[in-house]
Write a protein that binds this ligand. Structure first.
Ligand code: FAD
Length: 477
């Protein structure tokens, strides 16, 4: 591994892959860093029942597997898997921790840096959500698609995410049973998709395919239903579900018990922006894009810090197609500013493709608005969290602690963190961060000067042995 690369891309998902492939062949040495041991990010995993060359209801999968194939033969692209970027130091120097040498960190300087770090799942805590056997939708996918293991013989799926149907189909395809699908949203919420039909009709076919799969698999569906509690003796066994009214309030008397081997939950996604925040990139709060995002004011993909670009979910949660388009456009922005499209004939084609992609990006942003509205939870979902519920599982901070501190005026993520240690534990707020921001937003909504601030991020953005940090020259200084 060299100490300098003209282009470094953090994240080997759809956005990172698309950016690398677009830049390849233009005289750059490109490095892609990803913490996973596979290339493909969240969408493309090795044991996917839909394999390269096979049919998938999601056309982005075959595009993605093709990108991986091309990337593997490109001589100017180096992939560094099992390596996490812990921080961005001045002058685009990256502090990188490789899992093969866990006690050391190395510094790699980037000429240009593309942040394609994806998103993380959002949670809605309920009593019992920390029991073994309760997991996120993504965790269940990773178990199956990466390790070849079902979460349990029968799995209950709950939340507000469109990923629930994808997971149900994957469980069935892998020989598992689905004990039921409890959806926060109903048909009326989903019908809000209709105005987007013209530009996104493949999504309708995809949704139809998943619905058909669930009918054939005889999956019981519970619309407008929320998980109230999960219980079990040392391991998840039973959940109580209840119907909710249009304002998201629980309807008393509708509670029902369901038993299953595992409970998987998911409430949409929050952009992974810590590295950008840490590098000083400007952020903005955009609920229609999934919450706090990296703003890319200059030519849309360069952040407020020159030389640092952002593509895919850190700029807004909108699905694989948005990430694919973003990655290509970010790369084209770099090519353009470096004058890499000199010949007139090529230039014309380049400009036409770029203009076409920009129009498509606009459609994807509109679709992102629908997606994030669909997964967003009503205020009542947060105000009714019982006091004894753990919010920060690393530091054992409860909803009661948070309520009390917010009432006392600790009502920004930064001061609440200091007052309660919420987000200071091993996961560094990766799990509780987005939900804590939502709780603050909802509990301070009646204050006219309600503070709207995101969290800060410091090196290291991921947990790492102290010895590794001190192995770096910069940190020793
Ligand atoms: C858990 C999960 C499961 C999902 N499953 C599906 C699905 O089945 N179908 C679907 O259509 N959509 C799924 N999505 C949504 C999916 O993320 C988008 O559709 C799209 O593929 C995102 O592409 P991306 O390139 O922007 O990000 P990603 O695919 O998330 O890629 C980002 C990559 O960056 C890496 N990374 C982040 N930070 C660092 C760091 N500091 N150092 C090193 N590497 C880093 C991550 O490990 C990841 O591999 C899922 C999302 C999540 C969070």
């Amino acid at each position: 591994m060299r100490p300098f690369y003209p282009i470094v891309i953090i994240g080997a998902g759809m956005a990172g892959l698309a950016a690398a492939n677009t830049l390849s062949g233009n005289g750059y040495e490109i490095l892609i860093i990803d913490e996973n041991d596979h290339i493909g990010g969240q969408l493309l995993r090795t044991r996917d029942p839909i394999q390269p060359g096979g049919w998938s209801p999601d056309p982005m999968k075959s595009i993605g597997f093709d990108l991986i194939k091309r990337l593997k033969t490109a001589k100017d692209i180096t992939v560094m898997p099992r390596a996490e970027v812990l921080g961005i130091l001045p002058d685009r120097r990256l502090l990188v921790h490789t899992m093969d040498r866990p006690d050391t960190c190395k510094e790699i300087r980037a000429g240009r840096l593309i942040l394609a770090t994806g998103a993380r799942e959002r949670y809605l805590p309920f009593p019992g959500w920390t029991l073994p056997g309760v997991m996120s939708l993504g965790a269940a996918q990773i178990l199956m698609k990466h390790h070849g293991v079902l979460p349990a013989a029968d799995t209950l799926i709950a939340g507000s995410s469109p990923l629930m149907m994808v997971l149900a189909a994957e469980l069935l395809a892998n020989g598992g049973k689905v004990a039921g699908l409890a959806d926060e949203k109903g048909m009326k919420d989903k019908a809000a998709f209709l105005p987007f039909l013209r530009h996104h009709w493949p999504k309708l076919l995809e949704g139809g395919w998943y619905t058909g799969r669930m009918i054939m698999g005889r999956v019981n569906q519970y619309p407008r239903t929320r998980v109230i509690t999960a219980t079990g003796n040392g391991r998840f066994k039973t959940t109580v579900l209840a119907s909710i009214d249009p304002k998201g309030r629980i309807i008393p008397g509708t509670e029902m018990e369901i038993q299953a081997g595992a409970l998987t939950v998911g409430y949409g996604f929050a952009p992974n922006i810590e590295l950008g925040v840490q590098a000083g990139c400007r952020t903005g709060y955009k609920p229609s894009l999934g919450g706090w995002v990296l703003e890319t004011p200059h030519s849309r993909y360069e952040t407020s810090v020159p030389g640092i670009y952002a593509a895919g979910e850190p700029t807004g949660v909108g699905g694989a197609k948005k990430s694919w388009i973003d990655g290509r456009l970010a790369a084209m922005g770099i090519l353009k500013s470096d004058g890499k499209v000199p010949a007139a004939r090529h230039k014309q084609r380049f400009d036409a493709t770029r203009a076409h992609l920009r129009r498509q990006a606009e459609h994807q942003l509109a679709y992102a608005g629908f997606l994030n509205r669909l997964t967003a939870l009503p205020d009542a979902a947060y105000t009714t969290i019982p006091d004894e519920t753990l919010i920060c599982r690393c530091e054992a901070v409860t909803m009661g602690d948070i309520r009390k501190r917010i009432t006392q005026g600790f009502d920004t993520p930064a001061v609440l963190k200091k007052a309660t240690r919420c987000g200071m534990g091993r996961c560094q707020g990766r799990i509780c961060g987005p939900v804590t921001q939502d709780i603050i937003r909802v509990l301070t909504a009646n204050k006219p000067d309600a503070p709207a601030t995101g969290t800060r991020a410091r090196v290291p953005v991921k947990p790492v042995p102290a010895a590794a940090l001190f192995s770096s020259k910069e940190n020793n200084r």
